[in-house]
Write a new protein. Structure first.
Ligand SMILES: [Zn+2]
Ligand SMILES: [Zn+2]
Length: 185
């Protein structure tokens, strides 16, 4: 597949005032990057790219607005959420980037969100990919207070207590369960 021109910046074409691009990323691009836990909703995600040249470096601010859906990791119900993501990246000519990596190896944090570029063309795709990948939870929930499913009967506890839950709470049943256990041992 050909690279989306939204991702590409030619260093010799960056005006003094910088670049301000609006575009969109389709579900085909977003799908594999939010998956398999999340799925894109709707046709595309809104994207904005602002970039300015600092000598031969390119400072880039990107933002993504997208809607994704997921199965709650506790109750398995489908839920949606809006992603509003933004980050800043610094693109540095490949040779200098490698050199800087060696120099600051004791201080890796300083190299966060820096990327190498080759020749005259900066490719922003990795910055977008990282932004999406690092923003998504592994175990998304529909709500922090989601009660999940009963591990015994599988009922959704958000809709009310299940049968085995009420049995457990009832002290008479508790006592009987204790006797049963003794008889079995
Ligand atoms: Zn849930
Ligand atoms: Zn239950």
């Amino acid at each position: 597949m050909e690279k989306d021109p939204l991702f590409l910046v030619r260093m010799d074409e960056v005006p003094r005032s910088g670049i301000d691009r609006k575009g969109s990323l389709d579900a085909e691009w977003l799908g594999p990057r939010v998956g398999p836990i999340h799925r894109p909703v709707g046709k595309d995600a809104k994207v904005r790219v602002k970039a300015r040249a600092l000598g031969d470096k390119l400072e880039v601010d990107v933002s993504i607005n997208a809607v994704v859906e997921f199965d709650c990791s506790r109750c398995a119900e489908v839920d949606k959420k809006a992603l509003k993501l933004d980050t800043r990246g610094l693109f540095i000519p490949e040779g200098r980037h490698r050199h800087m990596l060696e120099e600051v190896s004791m201080d890796e944090d300083r190299m966060d969100n820096t990327f190498p570029y080759k020749g005259n063309v900066v490719d922003l795709e990795e910055l977008f990919t990282d932004l999406v990948a690092l923003s998504l939870e592994q175990f998304p929930v529909c709500s922090e207070s989601c009660k999940g499913l009963c591990p015994q009967c599988g009922e959704n506890l958000n809709t009310g207590p299940c049968q085995c839950r009420t049995e457990k709470i009832d002290p008479r049943w508790q006592a009987l369960a204790g006797i049963k256990e003794k008889l079995e041992n």
